[in-house]
Design a protein around this ligand. Sequence first.
Ligand code: ZN
Ligand code: ZN
Length: 170
Amino acid sequence: MIVEIFSEVEDEELIDTVSKGLTRAYNVKVVASHYRIGNAERAYNSRRRQYDASVLVNLFLNSVKLEELALIITDKDLYVDGLNFVFGYAPGRAGIISLARLDQRLYGLPPDRRLYLERTVKEAVHEIGHLLGLHHCTDRGCVMFFSNTIEDTDRKGSIPCEACMARIRV
Ligand SMILES: [Zn+2]
Ligand SMILES: [Zn+2]
């Protein structure tokens, strides 16, 4: 299985850290490139000042190669209908994660690069987990636990629990 990362953010260390995190979790091969989602303004909701994650992923789906899973990394703040925001979204063969709410400064705290990278890896491993057929897990330490808040993200680990690993279809 190959996962292709399309990053809107030019941060080599971050992309590299995410790649290693995905390989550690799922033993997948990861390739990465820079990318800008075309026509992204179609997904922008000016009232909410956020992007509709499902529209963004749909704009992108044609670029996903068969036999590959794709992960978009964006700094856009994302939402889906019914939720104030989402850290990520993964409906089919492509997923997206947002960096917009992973920076400690958003919560009035000093920046913490290590924590920022760790949060990014967890969100990436979570969304790729969905693409591999996993659903949300009730184990708070499992990466597939649904993060309602950043505290949920910080509490959970960066790999799926054993029960989730056993359910993966590769
Ligand atoms: Zn999820
Ligand atoms: Zn689990």
